[in-house]
Design a protein around this ligand. Structure first.
Ligand code: S3P
Length: 185
C-alpha cells in the first residue's frame, strides 16, 4: 500500500451512523472549501451500476463490505488532491478499513443518538439494514456496537444534537486546519 497520500494531502473524512448528515455536511464542506467531495456509497453504486439495496439483495452484506474495503484501498493509492470523503455508516466495522481511514487523514465522527436516527431515517427505504420489523431496536443495538469503532477511528467527535450545519462545518474546518498545521511542523 502506498504511503504517499496521507503525507501531503489534507483529506477530511466523515464517519458516523446512518442519518447523521454525512452527505449534507460533506456537500457543505465541498462548497466552502472548494475541494472534491467523494461519497463511498455513491462510488460503489457507480462502479457496480446498482443501488446499495440491490447489492445487498443480490450479493449480501459481505460483498458490499468487500466493495467498501476495495474502494478505500483505491482512495489511499489513487487520490491526488485533498478531498472530503463521506463514508457509509458501517465502514468502520472492519479493522482494515479503520486503519485506512486513519491513514487517509483527518477523521470526523458526526455523533447522533438513536432517537434522532430513527426520526431521520424512518421514511427512507434505501437503507437495507434498517428494513426490519423493529428498526428502533436495530438502530439502538447497532449504535452501541459501532460506537467504540467510530470513537477509535476519529480525530474529532462532534455531537451534532443542537448544532446547525453552519456550526458543524465551521467546527470541522477550524479543527482540520489546526490538525494539519500541527502536522506540518
Ligand atoms: C450502512 C450505511 C449506509 C450504506 C449501507 C450500509 C450501514 O450508508 O453504506 O446501506 O451499515 O450503516 P449511510 O450511512 O450513508 O446511510
Amino acid at each position: 500500500m502506498s504511503e504517499h497520500s496521507s503525507i501531503h494531502l489534507q483529506h477530511i473524512i466523515l464517519i458516523g451512523f446512518m442519518g447523521c448528515g454525512k452527505s449534507t455536511i460533506g456537500r457543505e464542506l465541498h462548497q466552502k472549501l472548494g475541494i472534491p467531495l467523494i461519497d463511498t456509497d455513491e462510488a460503489i453504486e457507480h462502479k457496480c451500476g446498482k443501488s446499495i439495496s440491490n447489492i445487498f439483495a443480490e450479493s449480501g452484506e459481505e460483498t458490499f463490505r468487500d466493495l467498501e474495503t476495495e474502494y478505500l484501498r483505491d482512495c489511499l493509492t489513487n487520490l491526488t488532491s485533498s478531498s472530503i470523503i463521506s463514508t457509509g455508516g458501517g465502514i468502520i466495522l472492519r479493522e482494515e478499513n479503520r486503519e485506512i481511514l486513519k491513514r487517509l487523514g483527518y477523521v470526523v465522527w458526526l455523533k447522533i443518538d438513536a432517537i434522532n436516527v430513527y426520526q431521520r431515517t424512518k421514511k427512507n427505504r434505501s437503507r437495507p439494514i434498517l428494513q426490519q420489523p423493529n428498526p428502533k431496536k436495530v438502530i439502538a443495538d447497532l449504535i452501541e456496537l459501532r460506537s467504540p469503532y467510530y470513537r477509535e477511528t476519529a480525530n474529532l467527535t462532534i455531537n451534532i444534537s443542537g448544532l446547525d450545519r453552519y456550526e458543524i462545518t465551521t467546527g470541522i474546518i477550524e479543527s482540520a486546519r489546526y490538525h494539519y498545521s500541527q502536522q506540518a511542523q
